[in-house]
Design a protein around this ligand. Structure first.
Ligand code: SF4
Length: 347
């Protein structure tokens, strides 16, 4: 992509019209180009047969619809695939495809690096570089859609914003992407097939996300502020009570049935019987409709943490206290594609 070319994979039709008008094209040109990008998954302007030839030939001087370059690709024994994608400025992100019996999920990144610095997370050790644009966010979905189409594979059914970065610190671009993904005339994903995961950014973004009605997953990982702040420094700014209140508001405004709380089990840190009892008490006391996802820690080089062996005991305690709980199956850990393992920094 030439430096003057702007990636337009994540623009709404209105934004596209404005960009086109600014560069000497017409609204009608934008109206014709838009479905080629989103519904027909065109990878070049040449194929857009109802766009006048002179327009097709000039568009590449200003705009680009090329996918980011795939620098590396890895496939796990369980079928999970992870790729490293490079954008035009040389920055890279990882994105993951997770096939299952009934669904194909893609995990999308929203930032290069992450500023939140959760102690247990490999991504958090990568210096934050920048937010992804809405086009760069969408380009990850286009990348996987192309692969599925080329291999006649089954289509993508679910999207989780759980890749690199904190989605709600890039909320404007996240929301632009969600608008395109949820629009029934464009990508037509169902609200309950999209999950946004957050470390608990309670600056109004959770409330704004509620209007999309997508599933919300909040990283809790501890039942006391002291322990959570040790694992997630963000807790010093937004503590457990702030986060639970935001979750309650989310339920009220979004009409979703429940919020998911992610709880990563770390040996000797937050996995005792007492931790489970306290967590159940906290959630019961708050009276919030929720589900707890217990996550088994995926090791990475240099971490001080170890995976817990007490998952089933922890699960039993929460269930016995009436808290809906599952142990989330880890996918792609042999290729470092599992939860908290993504990192794009060249090492
Ligand atoms: S868990 Fe999420 S928010 Fe925390 S450091 Fe990792 S990528 Fe950032």
């Amino acid at each position: 992509m030439m430096p003057s070319q702007e990636l337009i994979l994540g623009l709404s039709l209105e934004e596209l019209k404005l960009k086109f008008l600014k560069n000497g094209f017409t609204s009608l040109d934008a109206k014709r180009v838009f479905p080629w990008i989103h519904m027909k998954l065109a990878k070049s302007f040449d194929v857009m047969s109802d766009v006048p030839k002179c327009v097709r030939e000039t568009l590449p001087d200003f705009f680009s619809i090329v996918r980011p370059e795939c620098k590396t690709k890895q496939k796990s024994l369980d079928g999970t695939q992870k790729v490293l994608l490079e954008f035009s400025d040389g920055e890279c992100v990882e994105t993951v495809f997770i096939p299952d019996e009934k669904r194909n999920t893609i995990c999308i990144s929203t930032q290069i690096g992450c500023i939140i610095g959760c102690k247990f997370c490999h991504t958090g050790t990568q210096k934050f570089s920048r937010n992804l644009t809405s086009s760069e966010i969408m380009s990850q979905m286009f990348f996987w859609k192309d692969i599925q189409n080329e291999s006649n594979g089954s289509s993508i059914t679910n999207i989780v914003f759980m890749g690199m970065g904190e989605p709600l610190l890039n909320s404007k671009n996240l929301f632009n992407a969600l608008n395109l993904l949820l629009d029934e005339k464009i990508h037509n994903f169902s609200r309950n097939k999209i999950t946004v995961s957050t470390s608990g950014i309670v600056n109004g973004s959770i409330e704004k996300l509620a209007k999309f009605g997508v599933k919300l997953a909040i990283s809790l990982h501890a039942s006391s502020d002291e322990k959570r702040a040790f694992l997630m420094p963000i807790n010093k700014k937004y503590n457990i009570s702030n986060v639970l209140n935001a979750a309650r508001k989310y339920l009220y405004f979004s009409n979703v049935d429940y919020v998911t709380f992610e709880y990563l089990l770390l040996s000797g840190v937050n996995d005792s019987d007492n931790d489970a009892i306290e967590l159940a008490y906290l959630l019961k006391n708050f009276g919030i409709q929720c589900k707890v996802n217990l996550i088994l820690f995926n090791d990475w080089f240099g971490t001080e943490f170890r995976a817990s062996s007490k998952g089933h005991t922890f699960l039993r305690i929460l269930l016995s206290k009436g808290i809906r709980t599952i142990i989330r199956k880890s996918r792609g850990d042999d290729i470092f594609a599992a939860c908290g393992q993504l990192k794009s920094e060249r090492q």
